[in-house]
Design a binder for this molecule. Structure first.
Ligand SMILES: NC(=O)c1ccc[n+]([C@@H]2O[C@H](COP(=O)([O-])OP(=O)(O)OC[C@H]3O[C@@H](n4cnc5c(N)ncnc54)[C@H](OP(=O)(O)O)[C@@H]3O)[C@@H](O)[C@H]2O)c1
Length: 255
């Protein structure tokens, strides 16, 4: 029995990943906060012949997440860990800074808990000599986003952690990948008021994540146009980039 643990499985990309992984012989551990939506994902997976367990857990509690990971691994060895959960926030133009309480929760959910889970999973997988771990970062990590400092910073940290873990785990048979998507058509990006250029479906994103893991790619960016934007940003002087970035008016609804 192969165990697959997915965080953020109650919607969007996480649900699309669960559907792609669901088949007879697979035990899925589906994590999120919203039990009703997790049950919907589980029903889709069971219809495809997989065993599916749900777990409602707030990743702001990193210790509870580590204990739950060990418990699930004891039920069926987790050979595939997909860290999809993410918490976005955008500072309203009238606010001076982001809310420090929200920033703390985002640091936990987008960085601290996933890196702790990836570390524990890597330890368990390396002892078995097999396994794969993917985390969903964001192209936001490539830019100094004045309206989303915590989101950009957390995703940048996550990406660096994952490529470092890739380097550490390569000799031990554990594949490690971070993906940095652009706009994906999920509840998260639908909250934005502006345009969503080069929009992709969650199904397409999920397929690219599993493909990247299959190739053991350390870091994959999609759509590729965001690689160009990353290099353009890096080439320009910071003062110009920052002035342009400050001009952007981005809102999320609800705020
Ligand atoms: N959509 C995009 O344009 C885009 C672009 C780049 C990167 N991403 C990244 O892709 C990942 C998946 O996002 P998505 O687009 O699929 O958005 P989504 O549909 O809103 O899904 C977000 C998932 O994260 C879970 N989550 C949020 N806060 C949590 C918490 N405190 N504890 C546990 N689970 C929590 C949610 O669970 P509940 O709903 O049950 O609370 C949900 O399952 C995220 O890491 C996001 O940052 C998205």
């Amino acid at each position: 029995m192969t165990g697959v643990l997915i965080t953020g499985a109650s919607g969007g990309i996480g649900r699309a990943l669960a559907r792609l992984c669901a088949r007879p012989g697979v035990t899925l551990f589906l994590w999120g906060r919203h039990e009703g939506r997790l049950e919907e994902t589980a029903a889709l997976c069971r219809a495809r012949g997989a065993v599916a367990h749900i777990r409602a857990l707030d990743l702001a509690d990193g210790r509870a997440a580590l204990a739950a990971l060990r418990e699930d691994d004891g039920r069926a060895p987790v050979d595939l860990l997909l860290l999809g959960a993410g918490l976005p926030d955008i500072r309203p133009p009238e606010a001076l800074t982001e809310d420090p309480e929200v920033v703390l929760a985002m640091a936990q959910v987008n960085f601290a808990t996933p890196v702790a889970m990836a570390t524990e999973a890597a330890r368990l997988m390396a002892a078995r000599g097999r396994g794969a771990i993917a985390a969903i970062g964001s192209v936001a990590a490539f830019h100094d986003l004045p309206q989303a400092t915590a989101y950009a910073g957390g995703k940048a940290g996550l990406a660096r952690f994952m490529t470092a873990l890739h380097a550490a785990m390569a000799p031990h048979g554990v594949r490690v990948t971070v993906v940095s998507p652009g706009y994906i058509d999920t509840a998260m990006s639908r909250r934005l008021n502006g345009a969503r250029p080069f929009l992709m479906t969650p199904e397409d994103a999920a397929a690219r994540i599993l493909d990247a893991l299959g190739r053991n790619a350390p870091h994959v960016v999609f759509p590729r146009v965001f690689v160009l934007l990353k290099w353009l940003d890096a080439l320009l002087p910071r003062c110009i980039v920052h002035r342009l970035m400050r001009r952007a008016v981005v809102r999320q609804s609800p705020a």
